[in-house]
Design a protein around this ligand. Structure first.
Ligand SMILES: [Zn+2]
Length: 244
């Protein structure tokens, strides 16, 4: 699988990156990424993944576009109110990049379908807004050996960690017990936009083999002071997911 002339031009600026090259672009073209959730994180993540030329995107979300989504879920526009987020995303993603394939699944991620969703992709992007589903994705990714790019946001704060099975802690090492959900929680649009672009940075690094992924480190971003801090996270010897 090579690149056609249009693709060589479309991806020219990233192909020029040292260590990326045509080879890196071909790796992206051959890869499949699951975007779990098409909200504040998943919407901008899907845009950047599509623009970068990830060969196949699978987008999953069960919800419809609501007015209160539009301050941050920039893949969905006012004209999309009432459509499923998947339908809205498919329309836009095809227009952003007709060279890639996008599969949309209107469903809730559950114990019943999570393994099937994860086994058919190479990397999973956490675009969820709750830890119950994040824990399901984390467990399926650990069991199936798929990198899981976790992010979470609240207000002006965001967190990011790359879970690379066999090479570091998992989400349950970081957060052993499901936190209480606050719904609806406050969030400023740029917070998930920043975190989602960093998730896509991690996806591309993992697929292409560039740089060092954020394994065993939690990156915490505080938008109120514009500070980024990195906290080392150890693998828990008693983790119910990854210690066995
Ligand atoms: Zn663990």
């Amino acid at each position: 699988m090579g690149l056609n002339e249009m693709e060589l031009i479309r991806y020219d600026r990233q192909i020029r990156i040292s260590g990326f090259g045509i080879e890196g672009q071909v790796k992206l073209k051959k890869s499949r990424v699951l975007v779990a959730g098409l909200g504040g994180l998943g919407a901008p993540a899907a845009i950047y993944l599509a623009a970068a030329g990830v060969g196949k995107l699978v987008v999953v979300d069960k919800e419809r576009v609501e007015l209160s989504n539009l301050n941050r879920q920039i893949l969905h526009w006012t004209e999309d109110l009432g459509k499923t987020k998947v339908e809205s995303a498919l329309e836009k993603l095809h227009r952003i990049n007709p060279e890639i394939m996008v599969e949309g699944i209107v469903d809730e991620i559950s114990k019943e379908n999570v393994y099937k969703l994860v086994e058919n992709v190479d990397v999973v992007v956490d675009g969820m807004d709750n830890f119950k589903t994040r824990f399901l994705l984390n467990e399926a990714c650990v069991r199936l050996g798929k990198p899981f790019i976790h992010a979470a946001v609240y207000g002006l704060e965001g967190r990011l960690m790359t879970i690379f099975p066999g090479r570091g802690p998992c989400l349950r090492c970081l957060i052993p017990v499901e936190p209480e959900e606050i719904k609806p929680f406050p969030v400023l649009g740029p917070t998930p936009a920043i975190m989602a672009s960093m998730q896509v940075m991690e996806v591309i690094k993992v697929i292409v083999g560039l740089g060092e992924p954020l394994i065993g480190k939690l990156l915490v971003f505080d938008g109120s002071s514009m500070e980024f801090i990195k906290v080392t996270i150890q693998k828990s010897p008693n983790c119910p997911v990854c210690s066995k």
